[in-house]
Design a protein around this ligand. Structure first.
Ligand SMILES: Cc1ncc(COP(=O)(O)O)c(C=O)c1O
Length: 473
């Protein structure tokens, strides 16, 4: 071990999900340690009693189920009334009206991500992905043989997109740019002006914007939530979303993939037909859940949303104050939305800690506290020099058990917080070997699966034809 550091390489980050790394971290928790397990890594608010969905949402699902009308298959693109309800819901924030045909119902936002990347992929193509970002994009891109090019989010500018870098990274094989707003893991909420600049840059590069708005409307600061679809007349926008976060029902798996293209720059009847065919091979959410959506959207009152926001605001403030009390960690930007925060780790102030991954493993082992290493989300590559690989992220929603959270963070803030290491050389080696084995197993499984997605070359056009369009036609 050099300089007391442990090199838990996570360089195959594109093949590992958050769940994957969490399970490796969890296995590293010392069972003989009497400290209560505090898991701050997973964005599932339903785990905490102060977060529950609205009564009307639950009633709507019960009503749909008991009606006995929704036990069959739904159309593969989704029930017409569900597509219409989502189109109307999203159109409220737009200057144009989306139609039901623009909306495809997916199994959570995760499946919408997969659809978007499958649609854009082709041999030799690359996609622009934010760093820090959400690892599912890397995983889906890897499955689709899409080259990943990372652009930086700038912490000192509220995690805005480094647009100069975006322009430098793009070439004629770039098929899209991913924007996550409100952002996970950075908690950014972009201003209208910044989103417009992103749209204009994408238009210049002739690439559509993939707008992940799974945290849509979950804003805690001054910036209002502006959907990217507002700029649909400048550049085609593929909006991805779900009920998961705003309605606190991630297990219902109700998401959407929406084409915002009022000027018809991207979509044409053939493409829509092909997307529909692609949906024929996907399983969407349960029919009765889909059937409940119109009522859920119509009847959920603002008070429900406000309560969630207030709770998140309170915990964010607690979190913010405590972060500022702890030496050797800083938060470059107070989150403005979503449920996560990025923390900067000052490794030089820590004894015997090599990097963020090392820190997270030791924290799991010594303190039974689980947080995610930023390197997992900020994988370095040759395109970008700058890195923030000492950042660490955890989710605000997991801090809702306030007493646990407070005691947890106070524990962290006490003198045994990472200023000492009780890990022996042997256990460090064990962790390292375990992680390497997990990575190897994961990488070969991905390689095996990715063979399914091989496809032929396609020439670059102004807005490139979706792969699935070319594959099916
Ligand atoms: C940025 C981002 N996109 C997509 C998802 C997946 O959403 P869903 O649970 O609806 O599949 C998540 C989940 O945490 C997320 O953080």
């Amino acid at each position: 071990m050099e300089n007391g550091s442990v090199n838990h390489e996570v360089e195959t980050a594109s093949t590992i999900t958050i769940k994957g790394i969490l399970s490796v971290l969890m296995q590293n928790v010392d069972e003989n340690n009497s400290k209560r397990l505090i898991s701050l890594g997973m964005g599932d608010p339903t785990l905490y009693s102060c977060f529950h969905t609205s009564h009307v949402a639950a009633e709507a699902v019960v009503e749909a189920l008991q009606s006995d009308k929704f036990n069959g298959y739904s159309p593969t693109a989704g029930l017409p009334q569900t597509r219409r309800a989502i189109a109307e819901y999203l159109s409220c924030d737009l200057a144009y009206k989306l139609s039901s045909d623009d909306v495809f119902i997916t199994s959570g936002c995760t499946q919408a991500i997969d659809v978007a990347l499958a649609m854009l992929a082709r041999t030799g193509a690359n996609i622009l992905i934010p760093r820090p970002g959400f690892p599912i994009y890397e995983l889906c891109a890897t499955f689709r043989h899409l080259e990943i090019r990372y652009f930086d989010l700038l912490p000192e500018k509220g995690w805005e997109v480094d647009l100069d870098l975006v322009e430098a990274l793009a070439d004629q094989n770039t098929v899209g740019i991913v924007i996550i707003n409100p952002g996970n893991p950075c908690g950014n909420v972009y201003s209208y002006q910044h989103l417009k600049k992103i749209a204009e840059t994408a238009e210049k590069l002739k690439i559509p914007v993939v707008a992940d708005e799974v945290y849509g409307h979950l804003v805690l600061g001054d910036n209002p939530f502006v959907p990217m679809g507002v700029f649909g007349s400048i550049v085609p926008v593929l909006t991805l979303g779900s009920l998961s976060k705003r309605w606190i029902v991630p297990g219902w798996r109700l998401g959407w993939f929406v084409i915002n293209d009022p000027c018809g720059m991207f979509k044409n009847p053939k493409i829509i037909e092909c997307i529909k065919k692609y949906f024929d091979i996907l399983g969407g959410p349960a029919t009765f859940i889909q059937a409940a959506v119109p009522r859920i959207i119509e009847q959920t009152d603002d008070g429900f949303f406000q309560k969630t926001i207030n709770t998140l605001k309170q915990t964010l403030d607690i979190c913010w104050d405590l972060i500022n009390e702890i030496p050797c960690i800083t938060c470059p930007h107070k989150p403005q939305g979503s449920m996560a925060v990025m923390i900067k780790l000052n490794v030089s102030g820590l004894e015997d800690i090599g990097d963020d991954t090392d820190f997270c493993f030791r924290l799991a082992k010594e303190e039974s506290v689980i947080i995610l290493p930023g390197k997992k989300q900020i994988k370095l590559d040759t395109y970008v020099q700058q890195c923030y690989h000492q950042h660490t992220s955890f989710n605000l929603c997991d801090l809702q058990m306030k007493s646990v959270y407070c005691s947890g963070v106070k524990e962290l803030g006490s003198d045994h917080f990472c200023c000492r290491s009780t890990l022996s050389e042997r256990s460090i080696r064990e962790v390292k070997n375990f992680l390497q084995k997990a990575q190897q197993a994961n990488a070969s499984a991905i390689l095996e699966k990715s063979k399914i997605f091989e496809h032929g070359a396609k020439p670059h056009t102004v807005y490139q034809q979706p792969l699935i369009a070319t594959a099916i036609s």
